[in-house]
Design a protein around this ligand. Structure first.
Ligand SMILES: Cc1cc2nc3c(=O)[nH]c(=O)nc-3n(C[C@H](O)[C@H](O)[C@H](O)COP(=O)(O)OP(=O)(O)OC[C@H]3O[C@@H](n4cnc5c(N)ncnc54)[C@H](O)[C@@H]3O)c2cc1C
Length: 310
């Protein structure tokens, strides 16, 4: 792992920085590149605009590791209202949540109750609930929560990370449930005992998992697949594999973050590839933004430019 990436990921967990950095105006300006605004209204207005360009969306309220049940319930209430608004506006917008923001640190039962309320609401209104995957200590509990949800609801998906050695096995265990899977590389700082340290191996594992997700067996089971990556080489390799297997372009979605590789998002959409853009919003953006910087330390240049812009 690069020294800068390690530094930025360490910084993402630093409380002192988290309370000070977001107050700086130049940081707020730089953040806007990845986040249209802090409110749900801003996120949904962007979803409306992207729908006009033929793209689907998924929204997420930033925040993680909350410490009490009341806060988890507040987040749930916020998302229930979001489903209501999405439904009223007829938007092709799904919701993605972090288990630690839904109370996983307080108790698995607390988190399960929040997720259940959201999944039920999603199912009733024709919506969809994605469960993010966080750092490795959360993986077992998150998969357990997802299994519980999937036994009761169809409109639920979970994220898997190709940097973890365990993911191939996790995927095999999930397949009989006909899961919905968003495959990503993984955004956290993980030790080499748990995760491939080299990018090349993470990419190769991504490809192996992608092939399994698009295999005849997975398709016959009814697996829904989203590839959450901006890596155009990987996206091309997935497309070549899918075409070679005779799959239609809508056999899977490409999911990208708002503000990253916008021109590729437009181009893929024009080529008939379903694209879903993840729009983040909320005031607790510091650790999330640091992870975006870590993914591409060149993004620090945008922070620097915002300082210069005054
Ligand atoms: C829809 C979606 C949902 C996600 N959900 C999760 C989750 O639940 N759990 C999790 O651990 N991770 C999640 N991630 C993050 C993911 O794990 C990666 O950290 C992130 O996508 C960067 O990796 P990459 O696949 O784009 O490939 P990389 O090899 O990191 O990047 C490929 C290319 O994309 C561009 N790029 C990538 N990131 C940036 C950036 N921040 N700024 C500018 N350009 C960039 C660069 O040109 C880079 O060369 C999600 C990502 C997406 C798109």
């Amino acid at each position: 792992m690069g020294a800068m990436r390690t530094l930025l990921l360490k910084g993402s967990q630093n409380h002192w920085l988290a309370t000070r950095v977001p107050r700086r105006k130049f940081v707020q300006r730089a953040v806007r590149r990845f986040m249209p605004g802090e409110t749900l209204e801003a996120a949904l207005a962007t979803a409306e605009r992207l729908r006009g360009s033929g793209m689907d969306t998924v929204v997420t309220l930033l925040g993680e590791a909350i410490a009490d049940r009341t806060e988890a319930e507040r987040v749930t209430a916020h998302y229930l209202d979001a489903y209501e608004r999405i439904e009223r506006a007829g938007l092709p917008t799904e919701i993605s949540v972090k288990p630690s923001q839904m109370g996983l640190d307080v108790g698995s039962d607390v988190c399960a109750a929040q997720l259940d309320a959201l999944a039920r609401r999603a199912e009733e209104g024709g919506g969809f609930l994605w469960v993010d995957m966080e750092a490795s200590p959360y993986v077992d509990a998150t998969l357990e929560l997802y299994r519980g949800l999937r036994e009761r609801y169809a409109h639920v998906g979970v994220c898997l990370q190709s940097y973890l050695y365990r993911t191939a096995e996790d995927l095999e265990q999930l397949l009989p449930l006909a899961p919905s899977i968003r495959l990503v590389k993984g955004a956290y700082s993980e030790p080499p005992s748990l995760a491939f340290p080299r990018k090349r191996d993470v990419d190769e594992n991504f490809m192996r998992l992608a092939k399994r997700l698009l295999s005849r067996e997975a398709r016959e089971l009814g697996v829904r697949v989203g590839f959450g990556t901006h890596d155009m080489q990987l996206i091309d390799r997935v497309r070549d594999f899918a075409e070679g297997a005779g799959l239609p372009p809508d056999a899977y979605e490409v999911q990208m973050l708002y503000g990253i590789r916008r021109s590729d998002q437009v181009r893929l959409t024009a080529e008939g590839q379903p694209v879903r853009v993840l729009i983040s919003y909320g005031s607790a953006w510091f650790p999330w933004y640091m992870r975006r910087l870590a993914e591409r330390p060149a993004n620090l240049w945008f922070v620097a430019r915002s300082v210069i812009a005054g």
